[in-house]
Design a protein around this ligand. Sequence first.
Ligand code: MRU
Length: 373
Amino acid sequence: MKVTHNGKSKHFRTVWFDKTKNHIRLIEQRLLPHQFKIISTKSYQETSQAIKDMVVRGAGAIGATAAYGLAQGAQIFQGNGIKTFEKHIAKVFQTLASARPTAIDPINAMQSMLSRMHGPSVANRKLQALDLAEEFAEDDVTHCQKIGHIGEQLIQNGTRVLTHCNAGWLAFVDHGSATAPMYSAHEKNKKFHVFCDETRPRSQGAALTAWELSQQGISHDIIADNASGHLMQRGEIDLVIVGSDRTLGKTGEVTNKIGTYTKAVLAKRHGIPFYVAIPLSTIDWKINSGLKIPIEERASEEVLRAWGVSDSGKRLSISIANPSSTARNPSFDITPPELITGIITPVGIIQPKKLWKNRLKLGYDNIKKNLCS
Ligand code: MRU
């Protein structure tokens, strides 16, 4: 999307590959909204660390970063033996896949690449890796654009939309999933308002979604995570759109940032439509129960502390909790299908329990041979 930076407006993606240097270029998301900076990862290990440390975050963005990381790792292999190359690639895959466990996009992206990297020589497979990573990133952009065109019909003049966390363009390669309908509606000059849950503990809503929306000139307010029930009760929210890090094709259960489930329960209670927007790479076709999804537990410091920028521009991390207390920090929760009005996909809006029935339309055939293990 367009970013206005140092007085100049320029189009950026969240991640791209510099083939000449074998470096991956990323927006350093931990510095936003206070600083806009591009960084490079110079090895697949650095790329994996950037995913783990959330320099880059969001399901589609880490999917594309992992895809580029696999291609980056492939390029450093010395030698001609296909068997040793495959062993090397398995190690690269594992390093990247283990960085963050909940989102399925990195695994889907890399497995789809591996299933097609069958060239006759190592040199050929290295080239295939580069092309296939690029293809994943391009598909992510196209899928998000389609989600925008399809989901835009849900937003009318005057609609007040609630979103949680950041399923915006920063969470993908471009456009975003939950925000894509908003960007399409904005392009059509519709006047609507967005409430961004702040999304503690890492504040992706307050920092990232709000930054994105202000960059595009879309009317919005940041609200405390606990405020949405009150606003719903007062009739101030008409629609909820969120993203997902892993949606189960077999059951329609949706994993998303912690707090999503609470919003879905509240929306049901108040009769407010609750939509989830996903590209096809977010679907897990294998797991048959939400209880089997690995839920990332992050460091307790994220709950016990907060960080930001002082009025004098200094980056600070401060303690906000009782010093002798411990904390739990589950990062994602699971929303059951009965709380979800529809899943906005690049091929249409589908009821969560009908994903399996629509699996061929949703690309199941393309990945069924490589279902994640
Ligand atoms: O922990 P994050 O920031 O990587 O979490 C991902 C998210 O931003 C959300 O869960 C989002 O709603 C879905 S990712 C497209």
